[in-house]
Write a protein that binds this ligand. Structure first.
Ligand SMILES: *[C@@H]1O[C@H](CO)[C@@H](O)[C@H](O)[C@H]1NC(C)=O
Ligand SMILES: *[C@@H]1O[C@H](CO)[C@@H](O)[C@H](O)[C@H]1NC(C)=O
Ligand SMILES: *[C@@H]1O[C@H](CO)[C@@H](O)[C@H](O)[C@H]1NC(C)=O
Ligand SMILES: *[C@@H]1O[C@H](CO)[C@@H](O)[C@H](O)[C@H]1NC(C)=O
Ligand SMILES: *[C@@H]1O[C@H](CO)[C@@H](O)[C@H](O)[C@H]1NC(C)=O
Ligand SMILES: *[C@@H]1O[C@H](CO)[C@@H](O)[C@H](O)[C@H]1NC(C)=O
Ligand SMILES: *[C@@H]1O[C@H](CO)[C@@H](O)[C@H](O)[C@H]1NC(C)=O
Length: 464
């Protein structure tokens, strides 16, 4: 019996070690790209079909020789866990996750008969009160975990489930400040509609990637908490896929909005380094679920990787009704404030969690003490260090002088935009309760957007 087991494990291991010459997943041929839509754009039966398929995949037998995996879903958690360092805080953040979520999409269909596409969660729409998003109700993904019981998820279709990686534990969710009687601010300013406009305007891949990863990506992981908080555990929470699908949508939008540089790639290959070594020919690894993939081969999402990437995105569900003043301005400063009462050895810990450190759930957040003043330097470090079109990209793309000067002009306009935002007194808000809210002339999202649009018009920077 044991011999058979070892033999089976060995055979599996050989399959993986020989480089997994073939993908486990068999994507359909790409005749016509399919449209990925926001979860709320699905009708009720489609939503339930999606959730059942996810439930099915959480039961479907493991296909990879990770000895802890109970299911194919666990395999996906392990694939992500094993590639954390090469897929986060590096240039490959976006291209690594693009096929990863597509594997999940194909697996839902191949193993569980799901016929739809992967939906996304447009968190900007909910940035004012994410904890009240309809997605976090019993009918869909369940709500906050039980704060009295390790944040274990006790509502919704995944209630009472467990996770095996990195260690066995209950599937958990722990809203950050969302437990403040429903009025807590879950750092919505870092993924508000205004913030996303700012993110989208960056003119190089590296600057865009950093803004997208550090602000909305990290802050959503932190705000949702529980399994989503940890780089090694986030995939356990089924909301992970909708979050990353939305991030991929923003990358796709950026690609389409910037045709000159939409298929360029730049930045660091080592987390925490400034090596600027990223190249389109870099190989990305998927621990046996698929052979290595070059970054270049995932650039085209409408027809890439032999049909694995064959989608477009819907325009989502429209502008939300934003009344929270802290959501009015983009956060142009990339520095994430350190929470009072936490120490500052961030580099080691930041590799393990998504961005911001947080207090333990036993400490009740208070807004009244230890106010961290807003930053005095409001310029974005991204603008100086990373946002410029590099000589290597110009050479690699054989860009014409006209193309280069068009992009240079856009860079200047982004600078001017930020200067004017600052001059107007629309200060950066971290909106985590520690920074002083700016009393301003904000009278609602529409009004603010009108002002921003007017400002953009004045400097000739058209809305994307
Ligand atoms: C299998 O799991 C055990 C216990 O968690 C661990 O010590 C061991 O390294 C694992 N082996 C492999 C090949 O992953
Ligand atoms: C805590 O959560 C676990 C996992 O969902 C569950 O089995 C257990 O009964 C819960 N304990 C209490 C006291 O609610
Ligand atoms: C918290 O919410 C409950 C239910 O909505 C309400 O009765 C209570 O007054 C609120 N407490 C505070 C401090 O706002
Ligand atoms: C970047 O690339 C150079 C040249 O290939 C190499 O010497 C260097 O070690 C690389 N740096 C990192 C951090 O990978
Ligand atoms: C992606 O590939 C398809 C099919 O080869 C092509 O028609 C389309 O133009 C490509 N898209 C981009 C942005 O290059
Ligand atoms: C927007 O929300 C505010 C308060 O949340 C409410 O008073 C207002 O009527 C809403 N406006 C619209 C157009 O829904
Ligand atoms: C670069 O572009 C110029 C002008 O469009 C063209 O003449 C030249 O052949 C191109 N070089 C390469 C290496 O593609």
């Amino acid at each position: 019996m044991l011999g058979l087991l070892l033999c089976t494990l060995f055979l599996f291991a050989v399959g993986v070690l020989t480089g997994a010459a073939q993908s486990l997943l068999l994507p359909p041929t790409c005749s016509q790209p399919r449209t990925r839509v926001e979860f709320r754009e699905l009708d009720e039966s489609q939503r339930q079909a999606y959730l059942s398929a996810v439930g099915c995949l959480r039961q479907y037998p493991s296909q990879l020789p990770f000895n802890g995996s109970r299911s194919f879903y666990d395999d996906l958690v392990a694939v992500h866990l094993n590639n954390v360092a090469k897929a986060h805080d590096v240039a490959a953040f976006l291209p690594w996750h693009r096929p990863f979520i597509a594997f999940f999409e194909v697996a839902l269909s191949q193993f569980c008969g799901y016929t739809g596409t992967l939906p996304y969660w447009d968190w900007s729409y909910d940035s004012q009160q994410p904890e009240r998003s309809p997605l976090f109700t019993d009918a869909y993904f369940g709500g906050n975990g039980d704060t009295a019981n390790n944040s274990c998820l006790e509502t919704g279709p995944f209630a009472g489930e467990s996770a095996i990686y990195p260690q066995p534990h209950c599937l958990s969710r722990g809203f950050f400040f969302g437990d403040n009687n429903g009025t807590g601010d879950m750092m919505g300013a870092q993924y508000s509609p205004i913030e996303m406009e700012w993110v989208l305007r960056h003119t190089t891949y590296d600057a865009f990637r950093q803004a997208l990863e550090n602000h909305p990506h990290n802050m959503l992981h932190t705000a949702l908490g529980g399994d989503m908080l940890g780089l090694v555990s986030s995939v356990n929470d089924p909301i992970f896929w909708l979050h990353h699908c939305n991030l991929d949508r923003w990358w796709a939008r950026w690609q389409l909005a910037n045709p000159d540089v939409g298929d360029t790639y730049s930045g660091n290959v080592e987390s925490g380094m400034n090596d600027n070594n990223a190249s389109l020919t870099d190989l990305m690894h998927y621990s046996g679920i698929h052979p290595d993939i070059t970054v270049e081969s995932v650039m085209n999402f409408t027809n890439g990787l032999d049909g694995l990437l064959c989608y477009t995105y819907s325009d989502s569900i429209g502008n939300p009704n934003i009344t929270n003043t802290e959501l009015q301005t983009p956060i142009t400063d990339d520095r994430i404030p350190v929470l009072p009462g936490t120490n500052t050895d961030a580099p080691t810990r930041r590799r393990r969690s998504h961005g911001l450190r947080r207090r333990s759930s036993s400490t009740t957040p208070t807004k009244s003490k230890s106010i961290t003043p807003p930053p005095t330097d409001r310029s974005s470090p991204l603008l100086s260090a990373h946002a410029r079109l590099s000589a290597s990209t110009i050479a690699a793309k054989n860009m014409s002088a006209a193309q280069v000067s068009r992009i240079r002009a856009q860079e200047v306009k982004v600078d001017v935009f930020l200067e004017r935002v600052n001059a107007a007194g629309w200060r950066s808000h971290a909106a985590i309760g520690q920074w002083v809210p700016e009393p301003g002339s904000f009278v609602g999202f529409e009004e603010w957007k009108r002002k921003v649009d007017a400002l953009l018009d004045a400097i000739g920077l058209p809305p994307p």
